[in-house]
Design a protein around this ligand. Structure first.
Ligand code: AMP
Ligand code: ZN
Length: 480
């Protein structure tokens, strides 16, 4: 199998993946902040991490994947300004933070499942690691931190090459809101945030720096190091994390490990840092607070199968921006339908282990694409070539499709054509009613009673159901 080559954001180069531990791959992915539902842009980050994990497994590595759940510390501004997102959501909903976190974690997991994202080895929850975070902070406090009234701050000038990942940090700390008085450098960040006198927070713990809560970046350093060991192989996140969260995480890791500059990538705590680009809508960056809130549930309510969205993600390279549109989602659904139709005859076939030589070109194109920094757009065309192959044994074809789909995760050997019907939540007719009307229409046509068959068709049209005689994809109807 070809070597796996991945783009390392830290070196801005494509590098060959060489595991830290022979035969193993250890991956950490920054998880969601569970103060609200994830939007589909957030889910793009986990589809990407999933494809990475699946590719590593496919290459034969024993994968340990950790995704964290942020339930403390993430402020409304990524720098140290604003309120804790969870405290704010809890106050707005008059609920406890724990209830808020539980509700949105479960909603996130439902989206993970719907998108065929594999379960990681561990979902590590930040508040389960407060003790470890305090130990970590204690170990770096003397050499790298200083205390202000508002908490303990990390002095970024104490580590070499601070901000190398972002490439854009100026002395003023570009893009930062220098909201905290007394910081030595604009880019310094909170390791521990002390609760202001007279205030109480729902989530606070005692510490040598006063009662308070950890800074947001601390949790990922702690859980990554604890669960995967420094240095581990790959750290992933969305491209926004390249600017603040990951440079800060890296600085903490350098301090904790006592290592030198970032000319040696492993000093950052991970050998490779990977970032997915954003999903955007026409208004620009996807947002949970403005415009149409694009949750996966909204796509489902409008009748789209969630895997059409997964396919939409795979159609773009993870490092390219992807624009969401309903037309684009519709096109992805049609493409998925075509694949599912071609895969349907394989469901019952017994897999043949030996590779049929006819499939070699498609398989090698697929492998080249996936190992070339996860080029899923090309890999999809290789999958389609294999699916379209005629006059081949179904068992042999099944083996190839199974292999490819292990990486892409479209569930082609499980999905039925009817699963992909557009099913809007507010449809006026149930599917059974539609099927029943179409059966009556078929009977009328068989008896050459065209008046009756047209009447049934008109009735369905009036209720938003388009009858599709002779559709090449074999659909008999769709909801308009
Ligand atoms: P958050 O819950 O805000 O911490 O974000 C969860 C993940 O989604 C992070 O890896 C973010 O970088 C990523 N992310 C946020 N917005 C988008 C977007 N529009 N497209 C892709 N990834 C995103
Ligand atoms: Zn993180």
């Amino acid at each position: 199998m070809s070597d796996l080559r991945l783009f390392n954001s830290l070196t801005r180069q494509i590098e060959t993946f060489t595991p830290v531990h022979r035969g193993e791959a250890r991956v950490y992915t920054c998880g969601p902040t569970v103060y609200n539902y994830p939007h589909i842009g957030n889910m793009r980050a986990y589809v990407f991490a999933d494809v990475l994990g699946r590719t590593l497994s496919w290459q034969g590595y024993r994968l340990t994947h950790v995704i964290n759940i942020t339930d403390v510390g993430h402020l409304t501004d990524d720098a140290d300004a604003g309120e804790d997102k969870l405290e704010k959501a809890a106050a707005a909903n008059a609920q406890s933070i724990w209830d808020i976190a539980r509700h949105y974690t479960q909603a996130f997991w439902a989206d993970v499942k719907a998108l065929n994202i594999r379960q990681p080895a561990e979902w590590s929850v930040a508040t389960d690691y407060i003790g470890e975070m305090l130990d970590f902070a204690r170990s770096i406090a003397d050499k790298h931190c200083y205390q202000l009234d508002s908490g303990l701050y990390f002095d970024v000038s104490t580590v070499a090459d601070y901000g190398k990942l972002a490439r854009a940090v100026t002395e003023e700390g570009e893009g930062r809101i220098d909201a905290v008085e007394g910081k030595r450098n604009a880019a310094d960040f909170a390791i521990w945030r002390t609760t202001p006198p007279g205030e109480t927070r729902q989530m606070e713990w005692d510490s040598p720096w006063g009662r308070g809560a950890p800074g947001w970046h601390l949790e990922c350093s702690v859980m990554g190091g604890k669960l995967l060991g420094f240095p581990f192989d790959i750290h992933t996140g969305g491209i926004d994390h390249r600017e603040i969260h990951h440079p800060n995480e890296i600085a903490q890791n350098q301090a904790f490990c006592g290592c030198g500059g970032l000319d040696v990538p492993s000093h950052s705590g991970a050998n490779i840092w990977m970032h997915n680009n954003f999903l955007v809508d026409r208004t620009g960056k996807m947002s949970k607070s403005s415009g149409e809130f694009l949750r996966l549930q909204l796509l489902l309510d409008r009748g789209y199968h969630p895997l059409a969205y997964r396919l939409m993600c795979l159609q773009a390279h993870y490092r390219s921006e992807l624009e969401f549109s309903w037309e684009g989602l519709g096109a992805a659904l049609t493409r998925l339908k075509r694949m599912v139709l071609l895969a349907a005859p394989l469901h019952a076939a017994d897999k043949v282990d030996e590779m049929h030589p006819k499939f070699e070109p498609a398989l090698s194109k697929f492998e080249d694409a996936v190992t070339d920094d996860l080029n899923t757009p090309i890999a999809l065309t290789a999958l389609e070539e294999a699916l379209a192959m005629k006059k081949v044994d179904a068992g042999a074809k099944r083996a190839v499709i199974e292999k490819m789909d292990a990486v892409l995760g479209l569930g082609l050997l499980d999905l039925a054509r009817t699963d992909l019907r557009i099913r809007p939540k507010d449809a006026q007719l149930s599917e059974d009613e539609i099927e029943d009307a179409l059966t009556r229409r078929k009977a009328a046509r068989a008896e050459k009673d065209f008046a009756a068959s047209d009447a049934i068709r008109d009735e369905l049209t009036a209720k938003g159901v388009e009858v599709m005689d002779g559709d090449p994809l074999g659909w008999e109807w769709k909801l308009g």
